[in-house]
Write a protein that binds this ligand. Sequence first.
Ligand SMILES: Nc1ncnc2c1ncn2[C@@H]1O[C@H](COP(=O)(O)OP(=O)(O)OP(=O)(O)O)[C@@H](O)[C@H]1O
Length: 246
Amino acid sequence: MSGPAGTLQVRELAFAYPDGRQALFGVNLDVAAGERVAILGPNGAGKTTLVLHLNGTLTAGAGSVTVDGLSVGKPTLREIRRRVGIVFQDPDDQLFMPTVRDDVAFGPINLGYRDAELAARVDRALALTGMSGAADRAPHHLSFGQRRRVAASTVLSMDPSILVLDEPSSNLDPVARREFADIVLSLGLTTLIVTHDLLYALQLCPRSVIMDGGRIVADGPTEQILGDAELLAAHRLELPYGYVLP
Ligand SMILES: Nc1ncnc2c1ncn2[C@@H]1O[C@H](COP(=O)(O)OP(=O)(O)OP(=O)(O)O)[C@@H](O)[C@H]1O
């Protein structure tokens, strides 16, 4: 079965790590095509654990995850990995080839693309992040901000329907931060953003959920969530010092 591209359904998802630590307790989340949703919450809330279920890196202990109408599980894993692109916090976890072009081509080559079709995918993915000029450079010669863009290109070259960004603003200077936000907005993809940067969530995501203790404890318009001082305080979230919502 297949559904509209860019849709996500998480149903009663529960998960315990092998050491017995229960990290998720019945998480429910529906994301519509084209939505941008911030996943907020204190350290240890279960945000990363949830995200790692979306592309099948972790397997649900109970409940289900459905992407574009496809149930995440062993039989669909290859297709799910293509459809859900995760950009990790540290780009160096994703860049390991001699050149930027090789890194961005890695995923499509695994999918069987070659020659002109492969080149077109790589060129497009680099253009989307403004990194076309760096195609022949070594990733480790690039700045952190540039490496983050290339890491995004490595998943965009798979033509994903859902983009997951883990702390996308971390270690970026203000201009790089804004430039990356502009890239995300220009893509128009269903996007989940895990972040402690509440203003980045406000800038990029009309909707936010708060996770705490392995559960989603709030879900609504970002402006409303960030405007609720009691809710934020109850879950160890704080706007930057002195900041007043517009
Ligand atoms: N590999 C692991 N083995 C055992 N427990 C783990 C493992 N990874 C995470 N946990 C635990 O699962 C819970 C959720 O962790 P998770 O990393 O999902 O939280 P998080 O919200 O992403 O936190 P942070 O904001 O610090 O990144 C925590 O209690 C954590 O200690």
